[in-house]
Design a protein around this ligand. Structure first.
Ligand SMILES: O=C(O)c1cc(=O)[nH]c(=O)n1[C@@H]1O[C@H](COP(=O)(O)O)[C@@H](O)[C@H]1O
Length: 280
């Protein structure tokens, strides 16, 4: 069997043809209510299908937040499985926002769940936490390469509480986040156009103050509901801004359930990103 096209190449192509915007699928109870839906599995299904049908044929990345599906148990996870398959079939890359992190042997099972082509939840990429030690991610990193998938590793998260851990000084004297970014750069070394290991860096942070030259994608959540705007991206990411995948969930979703309004909101963010990144 020929090896699958690497994730870095697939993502770069999607960013070039569709623009870099990632829209998060976060079915908060309050959003279901605002859309006139019940906070139950049927509401979840309607909400998710509407977002996928409105956006999967046009945005580069859709990022379902697993927690909002898991809260409904197995029936919620079944909705998630269908959404992943339908979004991928419509041409979006699916980044499963699961933020898994565990000892290596358990990480192997997470890698099978999200990055093995035979799994019901097979996605193009998954978010993980490196704070059990970067080496604990090895099974996911290896499985990603085998499957042509990506792994997005938390570096500097968008929430203010993240700093006490991520800005702490690591044994070598740099910040813990920088140490993780250095590991990511090592994984991606030599890849063209970029490697499969992405970093998550909040768009809310102001100047990131770390070296983001990892030869990989940089997921930037925090735009919209958390207060960041596309205009903030050059200030946070500097010269690395062309590798940024800006991510918006509630900032787009609040315009539903009308599909045209969802598309218009996504297009508005996409245009603001084009302007901000184009001028950088
Ligand atoms: O990995 C993420 O996507 C993520 C990392 C981070 O640092 N901050 C962050 O908000 N997220 C996720 O991005 C989404 C943000 O949603 P909104 O604030 O509604 O745009 C949520 O699903 C968060 O779990």
């Amino acid at each position: 069997m020929s090896s699958p096209e690497p994730f870095g190449a697939r993502l770069r192509q999607a960013m070039d043809t569709r623009g870099p915007l990632c829209v998060g699928i976060d079915p908060h109870a309050s959003l279901l209510t605002a859309w006139g839906l019940d906070d139950d599995v049927n509401g979840l299904e309607r909400f998710t299908r509407t977002v996928v049908e409105a956006l999967a044929d046009r945005v580069a990345v859709l990022k379902p937040q697993s927690a909002f599906f898991e809260r409904f148990g197995s029936r919620g996870v079944a909705v998630l499985e269908r959404a992943v398959a339908e979004a991928r079939a419509a041409g979006a890359l699916v980044l499963m926002d699961a933020k898994r992190g565990d000892i290596g042997s358990t990480m192997g099972a997470y890698a099978e769940a999200f990055l093995d082509r035979g799994s019901p939840l097979f996605s193009d990429a998954v978010t993980v936490s490196p704070y059990l030690g970067f080496g604990s991610l090895r099974p996911a990193l290896d499985q990603a390469v085998l499957s042509g998938c990506g792994v997005f590793v938390l570096a500097l998260t968008s929430n203010p509480e993240g700093a006490e851990v991520q800005r702490a000084t690591a044994s070598g004297g740099s910040s813990l986040a920088q140490l993780m970014l250095d590991h990511m750069a090592g994984e991606n070394a030599g890849a063209d156009p970029m490697g499969p290991v992405g970093a998550v860096v909040g768009a809310t942070l102001g100047a990131a103050g770390v070296d983001l030259d990892i030869n990989g994608p940089l997921l930037a959540p925090g735009i919209g509901a958390q207060g960041a705007t596309p205009a903030d991206l050059p200030g946070v990411f500097g010269g690395a801004v062309r590798n940024v995948v800006p991510s918006v969930s509630r900032g787009v979703l609040r315009y539903g359930p009308d599909a045209v309004a969802l598309r218009t909101a996504a297009e508005r963010f996409a245009e603001e990103i084009r302007v901000a990144v184009g001028e950088a």
